[in-house]
Design a protein around this ligand. Structure first.
Ligand SMILES: *Cc1c(COP(=O)(O)O)cnc(C)c1O
Length: 426
């Protein structure tokens, strides 16, 4: 593993973050642009010295903060003055109480959709990138980069533009037009690679170890421990928006699995800090059948995730070899959740169902979570009488191709009343 040191790590100060710690062996390392343990090659994550003391005071401090993820700055690896720096201020997206969808799905408890399509580049990725940008600044990186299934490339391009950094991002060459355009429009370099996301990711790892990649911060590779923490803010927001309460059940999409593991981490932190009352919650994972290595391992009772070659319209989730797969399995099993998958037709149906019932147009990843929620209710794995939160992590405008073939005008008429009458729509 190549370890780059840009600037001196002794000066690094990222709020309450104190060290990197190995998720496998617990070994600690100073904060720096590293992602794997020198001792056992396990993934590194951030260790904190979180604010203790009076939960009421901390809650009040958070509530008085900005309407973005920065209201949780005391719980994130970012400098205290982070909100004053040029950034996209993502987060604090709406939590929609989805009563129409609940009725349609037979949910008698509360059903909420956490709608992250409202972020600046219309996906949840703005959260993780915003944290990675602070790490990149701290480590003196001048180019921001990533391997992406689409949304991340756009989020990095936009964040770099705003932060005044150069960006060069890598994607599989055959992504949806909406994703490609959004990745390119912010003026950074965009490179399409002839291969799958897993090929792109492997390529980026090589680039990090090469002089060609010197001074580059790959948000989801050498900055991954920082990046990943951004997903905790989804857990924080959901609980705050539920009135500082844990949801009973939460349905999360899985690409690499990072988001799901950090949502669990965020929920546990809130309990540990006394910000929410401790009660059981279940985390459910959602994949598309055409790329469901984690769901398959879950169903077969395995601890290891066997890589697959993705073939699904849910391209943002199309990671055949998910880095956090084993941790997702642990969390689903520990909390009493399930990892389930749906096929592409069910994804499209679910996108339309959410749009028709709640006026929320989700990208294919949202179709996956809503479709899986429906399936989990049908199989009895998800209790319809409890409070459930379903994540929509991206905007349907980025994946128009998924619904375009089966969606369109009810009629095309000549501009007169007779013609409209004939259409039978009045
Ligand atoms: C990246 C992404 C996810 C989740 O990714 P993880 O790698 O599992 O953290 C979910 N939804 C969308 C739309 C994404 O772009």
């Amino acid at each position: 593993m190549a370890v780059q040191t840009v600037g001196s790590s002794t000066e690094i100060s990222l709020g309450p973050a104190v060290a990197l710690s190995c998720r496998e062996c617990g070994e600690r390392f100073p904060l720096g642009p590293v992602f794997a343990c020198e001792a056992c090659f396990g993934p590194l994550e951030i260790a904190y010295d979180l604010p203790g003391g009076d939960p009421e005071a901390l809650r009040a401090r958070i509530e008085a903060g900005p309407n973005s993820i920065w209201r949780y700055a005391p719980l994130l690896p970012v400098p205290a003055d982070v909100a004053d720096k040029p950034n996209l201020n993502p987060g604090f997206t709406r939590l929609v109480k989805a009563d129409n969808l609940a009725r349609e799905l037979g949910v008698t408890g509360q059903l909420h959709v956490k709608d992250d399509s409202g972020n600046p580049t219309h996906s949840f990725k703005d959260r993780v990138v915003a944290i990675a940008v602070e790490a990149a600044r701290a480590f003196g990186f001048t180019t921001l980069s990533c391997s992406s299934t689409g949304n991340l490339a756009g989020a990095v391009g936009a964040a770099a533009a705003r932060a005044g950094l150069r960006s060069c991002v890598f994607i599989p060459h055959d992504l949806e037009q909406g994703k490609v355009v959004m990745a390119a429009v912010y003026g950074g370099d965009l490179v399409g690679i002839e291969g799958t996301y897993d090929d792109v990711n492997r390529f980026c790892s090589e680039l990090i170890g090469d002089p060609l990649g010197e001074g580059w911060g790959f948000v989801n590779v050498n900055l991954r421990p920082y990046y990943a923490e951004g997903s905790k803010t989804l857990a924080y927001e959901i609980c705050e928006q539920l009135g500082w309460r844990l949801p009973d059940q939460i349905v999360v999409p899985i690409a690499s699995g990072s988001q799901l593991t950090k949502i669990d981490k965020g929920l546990r932190e809130l309990v540990a800090l006394g910000l929410v009352e401790d009660r059981p919650y279940k985390i459910f994972g959602a994949q598309a059948e055409g790329c469901s290595p984690v769901a398959r391992a879950f169903k077969e009772g395995h601890d290891v995730v066997r890589p697959v070659k993705p073939d699904t319209i849910a391209k943002s989730l199309a990671i055949g070899n998910p880095a956090d797969g084993p941790y997702v399995l642990d969390i689903a099993r520990r909390t009493g959740g399930v990892v389930e998958d749906v096929n592409d037709e069910q994804v499209v149906d679910a996108i339309k169902l959410l749009a028709r019932t709640e006026g929320i147009f989700a990208e294919t990843a949202g179709g996956v979570t809503v479709g899986v929620t429906r399936k989990l209710i049908e199989t009895g794995a998800l209790d319809p009488s409890l409070t459930t939160v379903v994540l929509n992590t991206g905007d349907g405008l980025k994946t128009l191709d998924a619904v375009a073939p089966t969606t369109g005008p009810s009629a095309i008429i000549r501009p007169n009343l007779d013609s409209f009458r004939e259409a039978g729509l009045a």
